[in-house]
Write a protein that binds this ligand. Structure first.
Ligand code: PGA
Length: 239
């Protein structure tokens, strides 16, 4: 729920400018719904894609206030974040509703960025693999591993989102590998190709070490995406 028209313009132009020469990674800006048109008109023809931060699970139904995947496609979105921890916690999203949103996005031709992660209590009770396994299984069980073919997964431990305590590269790598191995049990090729991002207190100082880990394919950036220089530096580490 960050951004206003004037600020967005400045931020987006600075990011575009900073990434003009960078082409070895995929970049996407996921913006709040009211700014999709603004993102589309500024980013069209650039090397950055754009997307939304949530999507309704339903396709076409009377549902006041909801935004469907087809509406996002109308604004040229290529991606949409699904199951972010803030939505899971504050809007009572479950594994099941997040998986349904994932499928709605995928059917409309969008690439879902599916967020997973455990709380600090779950981590301290050694439940990380159980929680993250349950989250990824919520998709595989209902829709099969093939829907992960073009999807993006994001491991975002709740204790790292918005806290300034990022996971260490080793900590994150262990969970990323667990996720990849879990998918490999269903389909080794999809497991190899699926992009698994790390998110949670990523910044320009810790990104390179995290991105260097074998199963970390990129990042999902929150606060630092509001600062063009910090965001561009993180993107350059991925590049
Ligand atoms: P952060 O947020 O980078 O500010 O920790 C990550 C997120 O919101 O997904």
């Amino acid at each position: 729920m960050n951004g206003r028209i004037a600020q967005n313009q400045e931020l987006i132009l600075a990011v575009m400018n900073g990434l003009r020469e960078s082409s070895n990674a995929d970049y996407v800006l996921c913006v709040p719904y009211p700014y999709l048109g603004q993102a589309q008109s500024l980013l069209h023809g650039s090397n950055l894609a754009w997307g939304a931060q949530n999507v309704c699970a339903n396709e076409t139904v009377a549902l006041t206030g909801a935004v469907s995947a087809y509406m996002l496609a109308d604004y040229g979105c290529s991606y949409v974040i699904v199951g972010h921890s803030e939505r899971r916690i504050q809007f009572h999203e479950t594994d099941d509703t997040a998986a349904t949103r994932f499928s709605a996005a995928e059917k409309a031709g969008l690439i879902p960025i599916f967020c997973m992660g455990e709380s600090v209590e779950e981590r301290d009770s050694d439940w990380t693999e159980y929680i993250v396994g349950r989250q990824i299984d919520s998709i595989i069980r209902r829709f099969g591993a093939e829907v992960l073919d073009k999807a993006v997964l994001a491991y975002e431990p709740l204790w790292a989102v918005g806290t300034d305590i990022a996971a260490t590269p080793e900590q994150a790598q262990k969970v990323h590998k667990f996720i990849r191995d879990r998918i490999a049990k269903c389909d080794a090729t999809i497991a190899k190709n699926v992009r698994i991002l790390y998110g949670g207190s990523l910044n320009a100082s810790n990104a390179a070490a995290l991105f260097a880990m074998p199963d970390i394919d990129g990042g999902l950036v929150g606060r630092c995406s509001l600062d063009a220089k910090a965001f561009v530096d993180i993107c350059k580490s991925a590049n």
